[in-house]
Design a protein around this ligand. Sequence first.
Ligand SMILES: NC(=O)C1=CN([C@@H]2O[C@H](COP(=O)(O)OP(=O)(O)OC[C@H]3O[C@@H](n4cnc5c(N)ncnc54)[C@H](OP(=O)(O)O)[C@@H]3O)[C@@H](O)[C@H]2O)C=CC1
Ligand SMILES: O=C(CO)COP(=O)(O)O
Length: 336
Amino acid sequence: MAKISVLGAGSWGTALAVVLHKNGHEVTIWSIAQDEIDMLKKEREHKDKLPGVKIAEEIGLTTDLKEAISGRDMLVVAVPSPYIRSTAKSMAPYVEDGQLLVSVAKGIEEGTLMTLSAILEQEIPQAEVAVLCGPSHAEEVGIGLPTTLVAGAKRKETAELVQSTFMNEVLRVYTSPDVLGMELGASLKNVIALAAGMADGLGYGDNTKAALITRGISEIGRLALKMGAKYETLSGLTGIGDLIVTCASKHSRNRKAGMLIGEGYTMEEAMKEVKMVVEGVYSAKAAMELSAKYDVSMPIIEQVNEVLFDGKSAKEAVMDLMLRDKKPEHDDLEWN
Ligand SMILES: NC(=O)C1=CN([C@@H]2O[C@H](COP(=O)(O)OP(=O)(O)OC[C@H]3O[C@@H](n4cnc5c(N)ncnc54)[C@H](OP(=O)(O)O)[C@@H]3O)[C@@H](O)[C@H]2O)C=CC1
Ligand SMILES: O=C(CO)COP(=O)(O)O
């Protein structure tokens, strides 16, 4: 049995805390927000963000970061990407040498273009950092529906430790050394999911969705490979797998926000309506900057940026995608 704290009491942090407690670990949830912790202590359920999932009495709840970190075998970092750096800075003084941090959030930092594990490593150099992601909505993990994830780390033993800590009969965890590929897949898919949602909001059909998923992984893959990620990762659970679930699921926050924008909401109105974090909005500009930096064409992500930040209508964005210059499906396939 390990002593584990989950930092971030949103839907994902809560669902993972419930899993870890069911796996027999001693679990504490930390949140920056006192009112959230007070509510969770009273209700033992996150009624807004994860209704129907009970938080057992044995799961500790605190806003005291030092208490949450000291003496823990593992710290699961589940705060949304815009707060990763500030949370890491606050954590740093309390993290012991070699203490294991598992990043479960998805995003790329605007400006620095850094992945979240890289931010944790920069701010808390004494820590050992791993990532855990894959096609997984908190709503389904929280009630124990069969789900697969991937634990990534530089060291095989670290990935295997994360694997055995989270794995159970309804949560199958694989391992991977390709942390960069995992994090790029996990964060960029959110931007494509906004586009998939917009298509739904416009009343388009399954053909459009399939096109966005397929051409979406194609542009994510182009960039990720150029940045050093592995092809296998993009064709695996944290690449195409996560993209499929986010573009198709009724639980997806990014798809929901996109759908509202397709129906005519502004980005701000859509984010307010979804209530939970819409990570694709925060990663969209970073994705565009990466596309320029690595000189990779990312037409869907470009159109999503124009809709989010330049006032372009979703319908016009789809038209612009359809009317791009004629081209082969795969640039590098040769005719005999
Ligand atoms: N939900 C899911 O199914 C999955 C989510 N993820 C990823 O996990 C991450 C967390 O998502 P999720 O749990 O859904 O998010 P939620 O929107 O459900 O929760 C966000 C949490 O962050 C807290 N928060 C707000 N401001 C700060 C701050 N300044 N510093 C630290 N924490 C703050 C919120 O507190 P308050 O409520 O008080 O505002 C809340 O507890 C995201 O990167 C997401 O992409 C990954 C896989 C699945
Ligand atoms: O990353 C997630 C699921 O894998 C959460 O984001 P969405 O809710 O937008 O799908």
